[in-house]
Design a binder for this molecule. Structure first.
Ligand code: FES
Ligand code: FES
Length: 160
């Protein structure tokens, strides 16, 4: 049985037909070819599939696609603007926060949410905020540096 759904992904609207058991991750990767997302644990443990759904970070492997009907998704691809690299990605690159890159798309989306929404922007609150995103390469130090550097960019007005 197919179910019709409408979803906005990275500022574009799509009308799709999905299987009821298809996850949002599967729809994004397989139907919409959003290549940044990684299919890691598929049980909400690694954070490699993190996207913003209606502005909130979620593990897209845990969301059944019909649950996202009418929603709005933002992924790493949606951050760049007319070929211009987002300051958050620049900060990740400049601070060597990307090594194998497996965690990066999910980590960046969580970081984007934290930078936009954390009231108390302390190292402790960043650490807590990214605890659902596993990175096996960096030891998290460079990632913390990158997030702090990106916040400075936002505070200077260079952000979207
Ligand atoms: S693949 Fe979704 S949390 Fe690991
Ligand atoms: S950079 Fe390799 S898992 Fe994070």
């Amino acid at each position: 049985m197919k179910i019709p759904m409408e979803i906005k992904v990275n500022h574009h609207s799509y009308q799709l037909e999905v299987e009821p058991q298809e996850t949002l991750l599967e729809v994004l990767k397989n139907k919409l070819k959003i290549n940044s997302l990684h299919q890691g644990c598929q049980e909400g443990e690694c954070g490699a599939c993190t996207v913003l759904l209606n502005g909130q970070p979620v593990c897209s492997c845990l969301i059944l696609s019909p649950q996202a009907d009418g929603g709005e998704v933002l992924t790493l691809e949606g951050l760049n603007r007319g070929g211009e690299l987002h300051p958050l990605l620049e900060a990740f690159m400049e601070n060597y926060a990307i090594q194998c890159g497996y965690c990066t798309p999910g980590m960046v989306m969580t970081a984007y949410y934290l930078i936009n929404h954390l009231n108390n922007f302390s190292e402790e609150s960043i650490r807590k905020g990214i605890e659902g995103n596993l990175c096996r390469c960096t030891g998290y130090v460079q990632i913390l540096q990158a997030i702090k550097a990106a916040k400075k960019e936002k505070d200077s007005g260079r952000w979207w």
